[in-house]
Design a protein around this ligand. Structure first.
Ligand SMILES: [Zn+2]
Length: 392
């Protein structure tokens, strides 16, 4: 049995004071008691604030070998070009970096990850990891006639993940890279281990232009980089890209829309009202890295209970730490409290991944992992010096 206490305890939604958390050796919460009920010499009293283990709602572990290799602030279309141009690293380096990234996330207090998967490189590491992974195996491709081929590539990775007993589902990459027939095929696939989905959404203005009238940087990407004739493979809908997505998203399944940097306030409200299982993921450090722009979080506050945080990959970040993402958000948006950020970083992500019976909050019976946050100021705000340490 272990006993922990600290000046403050964030249980995932609220702040508690003068409490003792009692766990078994595995970290399962046995009780949460008033401090007065325990002999203080039996309690491990820590300086700072305790919170549950973090949920990284969006990562690409397989891109870990790209740390520091992609130029910053060039926009998403150029990011994709750069990314695809350096996808030829030696396999032992790819594998080593995946192991290191998994360890890095664990050190930074992350207990569960929604991880995007385009190949099988991460499966071994994930199956041995102490972190829980759900693999979102992306299906994508630009040519509608190749739908069967695109889907079978995803199915191949999905099958390998399931052979290793990993939690997995096939998911669309993004509205601009998944034609209608492929969308339908993905959402009607019944063998997913969990019927949950994760889709890149409105990460760049180029996505809006592409759908509105078939112009902009994505059109150039298709024509010049992929050597396709964009007007043959894609017909602009004249609408916003997210409207195209909404035609396919099942209302009864959890769907994570990732980035949403260019989602309007009205879109957010309407979608949240109509799709009660849509969650919104922000990856602020990746947004700064790629587009040098953050979402307008004031727009997000109406969907507070369904906001999650992701790190994206080290191709567009220098660290895999949900805590650093929280700091980045608060530094530029001081109206967002630490309590709120912890909710986004813990229970919301756990609910999206359907893991809230185990993770996301400090409650009796759960094994959420416990982190210690240091250097909060007197108003409970994070400072430049604030750090996180995994305690269990
Ligand atoms: Zn991503």
């Amino acid at each position: 049995m272990k006993k922990f206490s600290a000046e403050k305890i964030f249980d995932g939604k609220n702040i508690m004071k003068e409490k003792v958390i009692v766990t078994d050796v595995e970290g399962k919460i046995l009780s949460i008691d008033d401090s007065s009920e325990h002999d203080s010499s039996s309690v491990n009293f820590l300086s700072g604030a305790i919170c549950p283990g973090f949920i990284n709602a969006h990562c690409h572990l397989e891109l870990s070998y790209m740390r520091g290799r992609v130029p910053k602030e060039k926009g998403l279309a150029q990011f994709i070009r750069d990314l695809l141009s350096i996808r030829n690293e030696r396999m032992e380096i790819v594998m080593e970096e995946i192991v290191k990234a998994d360890e890095e996330m664990r050190r930074n207090g992350i207990v569960a990850v929604g991880d995007i998967c385009n190949d099988d490189h991460t499966l071994n590491t994930k199956s041995k990891s102490k972190i829980f992974y759900h693999s979102f195996v992306e299906a994508y491709g630009f040519i509608p006639a190749n739908t069967a081929k695109y889907f079978s590539a995803a199915l191949n990775v999905f099958t390998k993940a399931r052979e290793k007993n990993l939690s997995a589902s096939i998911t669309p990459h993004a509205p601009y890279s998944v034609p209608e027939e492929l969308m339908k095929k993905i959402f009607s696939f019944s063998e997913n281990e969990k019927q949950i989905f994760s889709i890149h959404n409105q990460e760049t203005e180029a996505e809006t232009q592409f759908f509105a009238n078939g112009t902009g940087d994505f059109t150039k990407l298709l024509n010049e980089f992929f050597k396709l004739n964009s007007s043959e493979v894609f017909h602009p809908t004249g609408e916003r890209s997210v409207n195209y997505l909404l035609k396919f998203i099942p209302k009864e399944k959890n769907v994570l829309l990732v980035h949403n940097t260019f989602t309007s306030e009205e879109e957010m409200k309407n979608i949240s009202n109509e799709f009660s299982k849509v969650y919104w993921c922000t990856c602020p450090r990746a947004n700064l890295y790629i587009e040098n722009r953050l979402p307008d979080y004031k727009r997000w506050m109406s969907v507070n209970d369904r906001i999650c945080i992701g790190t994206d990959s080290v191709a567009s970040n220098d660290v895999l730490s949900i805590f650093e993402e929280m700091k980045t958000i608060q530094q530029k948006n001081s109206f967002i409290s630490t309590e709120q950020l912890i909710q986004w970083a813990t229970i919301n992500g756990a609910k999206f991944l359907e893991l809230n019976d185990q993770f996301g909050s400090i409650e009796i019976g759960k094994t959420p992992g416990l982190n210690l946050i240091s250097d909060l100021n007197e108003k409970n705000m994070l400072s430049e010096n604030s750090a996180v340490r995994k305690i269990i």
